[in-house]
Design a protein around this ligand. Structure first.
Ligand code: NI
Length: 171
């Protein structure tokens, strides 16, 4: 397994619409394992393909103390309820804000073996899936907050990113 490079906002392909998998072959197992290792290394609870430079419809996640999951070609079929909750993103580390999400969703997705699953999720799991699914459509969590808050958080991110780049010697 290997840790993949994290794509930071606003770099490509974060803002692009990711492509579905035409078929799920053995290489997808390796990709999912690498993504899970990358997510754990960065101490995240979710990670989508575009965040590691793979513009494909795949994401991995793990609720604290929950099982590791990998969703491929996911579709959110139904939503219900609405709640604000704090979110962050591995592509904008150290930036957190409240985002409104549905509290209950019904999801359809393939697993790494290409088997189709349909299931319901609520609360934190539903929030993670909605956040990661957005990444597949080129949408980040700051696109889900009001204009002023978005502006403020993007400014904050610009400063954080500047400091990160300086620390890496990138100027
Ligand atoms: Ni994210």
């Amino acid at each position: 397994m290997s840790v993949l490079n994290m794509v930071l906002y606003p770099d490509d392909p974060l803002s692009q619409v990711a492509e579905p998998f035409a078929k799920v072959g053995p290489e997808v197992v390796k990709l999912a394992q690498d993504m899970l290792e990358t997510m754990d290394t960065y101490e995240g609870i979710g990670l989508a393909g575009p965040q590691v430079g793979v513009s494909k419809r795949i994401f991995v996640l793990r609720e604290p103390d929950g099982p590791k999951m990998c969703l491929i070609n996911p579709e959110i079929l139904e939503v219900d309820g609405c709640e604000e909750g704090e979110e962050g993103c591995l592509s904008l580390p150290r930036i957190y804000t409240e985002v409104q999400r549905a509290t209950w969703i019904k999801v359809r997705a393939l697993d790494v073996y290409g088997k189709r699953h349909e299931f319901e999720a609520e609360d934190l799991l539903a929030r993670i899936i909605q956040h990661e699914n957005d990444h597949l459509d080129g949408v980040i969590f700051l696109d889900r907050v009001d204009v002023l808050k978005r502006q403020e958080k993007l400014q904050e991110w610009e400063e954080v990113r500047g400091r990160m780049m300086a620390a890496l010697g990138g100027g």
